[in-house]
Design a protein around this ligand. Structure first.
Ligand code: ADP
Length: 498
């Protein structure tokens, strides 16, 4: 068995995967704990890294117990929310500040200034990433400045920085390993995409000392051994990848032209472009797909900042639903959107717009508009945002997609899946087993530890498929409405007309 840890934005999960001799994976035990999110100011989002570690340990222990004990496990695989930045004390292993979550915009002044000074082309050429507060580098620098004495102590190796994978590996190994995998490292703005190593010049630009950063390893490398006191045996950690890249592996999107999109809190399209990076002219990110067994696959990625979080807002902010599942039936009480569009720019707009200052915008309200219109508009926004990303992929010359592989909490919503197929003019395929992120981590670890000879083999159960059935005229009319809404959101935030 493989113990997979899936540390997400809203929860921490551990899953035990049984691996059959033929290489098929089945989840035999799961444990999950919700994670508190903190919003201390507008645009700020934080997690408590100590809470993340406690939940990881608790869920892992529960799963090991449920699955029959630690001796049944061969290795641990980790996947995690990317970019979220942790600072901790090397001696005590305690966080020195709350973790800054990927959605957090507090460092937008830094990345705006660097862009104004003309650094974007250089950063983009080296890392594939644009200048945006989303990535870890400006978050690391902020943490080093916010914690008294941290800069001096980091220079002496007493303070460590890392994304969630590095934080968990540090805790799991009892402080023995300060390592990260190349996919997580590729999201910091500090790693050179060609060499898969930190680049001094970028560390200087962002004012992050390389000494505080973890060592970069491949996704299926040996990353350390768990402290024997945690589970009763020193289980090796043999796989790690950021959540979106892990999902790419989980779906088996291993060839150029394969693409997947994960609809969780945010939504992330990752399209495999093969062994050489492809430059984007439409502001998609040039990034790493995975690096395992000497093979490197590059990808183009488009991030939607608010997907499932728009449904959370309907539930917790607007209070028009009490459970996210209600959104499907409520949207279907309407025959159409009634001209109402919601642009869920709660934490800015991601690709291809990249407008950190944009905020949520609703247009088209009439006296007939009610709660169901907000619900439907939120679900429809998933499809429109996906369409914008697929159009950008086309512009960049990526091979046209015939099928979109989907996973994540939102894919439970059949209304949204059909609407995505209709608006994007693509077949939407949802695998029978939904935890593609955890599955990817498990496959990497199983491959890394030698339990399987191949990174991926097709699952036994058939996927669910939604096919486009909307007429061309209706699609064009809806997309026109959406584009008007995006324009309104950007202009309302003081941006230039797109
Ligand atoms: P993450 O890994 O980012 O924590 P998950 O993949 O667990 O996210 O998905 C959780 C998200 O899915 C939440 O934002 C929630 O609002 C949304 N969600 C869950 N069920 C549904 C549903 N039936 N319809 C729409 N959204 C849903």
């Amino acid at each position: 068995m493989i113990l997979a840890i899936d540390q997400g934005t809203t929860s921490t999960r551990a899953i035990a995967f049984e691996v059959s001799p033929s290489g098929s994976f089945s989840a035999v035990a799961v444990s999950q704990i919700e994670l508190a999110q903190h919003f201390p100011r507008s645009g700020w989002v934080e997690h408590d890294a100590a809470e993340i570690w406690r939940a990881t340990l608790q869920t892992c222990r529960e799963v090991v117990r449920k699955a029959g004990g630690v001796d049944r496990f061969a290795a641990v695989g980790i996947t995690n929310q990317r970019e979220t930045s942790v600072i901790w004390d090397a001696a005590t292993g305690e966080p020195l500040h709350r973790a800054i979550v990927w959605q957090d915009r507090r460092t937008s002044d830094v990345t705006t200034r660097l862009a104004a000074e003309g650094h974007e082309a250089r950063v983009q050429a080296a890392t594939g990433l644009i200048l945006d507060p989303y990535f870890s580098a400006s978050k690391y620098a902020w943490l080093l400045d916010a914690v008294p004495g941290a800069r001096e102590r980091a220079a002496k190796g007493e303070v460590k920085l890392g994304t969630i994978d590095a934080w968990l590996i540090w805790k799991l190994t009892g402080g023995q390993s300060h390592v990260t995998d190349a996919t997580n490292a590729s999201r910091t703005s500090l790693m050179d995409l060609a060499t898969l190593q930190w680049r001094e010049e970028l560390c200087d630009l962002f004012n992050v000392p390389m000494k505080a950063l973890p060592e970069i390893r491949g996704c299926a490398d040996h990353l350390g051994d768990c402290d024997a006191s945690l589970f009763g045996r020193a289980l090796p950690i043999h796989g790690a990848a950021g959540d979106q890249q892990a999902a790419l592996v989980g779906h088996g999107a291993l060839r150029a032209g394969d693409a997947k999109i994960t609809y969780g809190t945010g939504a992330f399209l990752v399209a495999n472009v093969g062994h050489q990076p492809v430059a984007s002219t439409s502001r998609l990110l040039r990034t790493l797909g995975y690096a395992a067994d000497g093979q490197v696959a590059y990808a183009l990625e488009g991030s939607i900042f608010s997907a499932g979080s728009a449904i959370q807002w309907l539930r917790d902010g607007l209070k028009v639903i009490s459970d996210s599942r209600q959104s499907e039936a409520m949207a279907q009480t309407l025959k159409d959107n009634g001209g109402v569009y919601l642009v869920p720019g709660f934490t800015g707009l991601g690709a291809p717009w990249w407008q950190p200052e944009a905020r949520g915008t609703v247009i088209g309200l009439t006296r007939d508009s009610g709660p169901a219109h907000f619900v439907r508009a939120a679900l429809e926004s998933l499809a429109y945002q996906t369409r914008d990303l697929l159009d950008a992929l086309k512009t960049d010359g990526a091979p046209p997609l015939t099928r979109l592989k989907v996973d994540g909490g939102v894919t439970a919503n059949a209304f949204a899946m059909q609407f995505i197929a209709d608006i994007c003019e693509v077949e939407v395929e949802r695998p029978a087993f939904q935890e593609m992120t955890a599955m990817g981590a498990a496959r990497l670890a199983a491959f890394g530890v030698g339990l399987t000879g191949e990174l991926w083999t097709a699952p036994l159960e058939a996927p669910a498929v939604w096919r486009p059935r909307m007429g061309e005229a209706e699609r064009a009319r809806l997309l026109k409405g959406w584009r008007g809404a995006v324009k309104a959101a950007i202009i309302a935030a003081g941006g230039d007309e797109p």
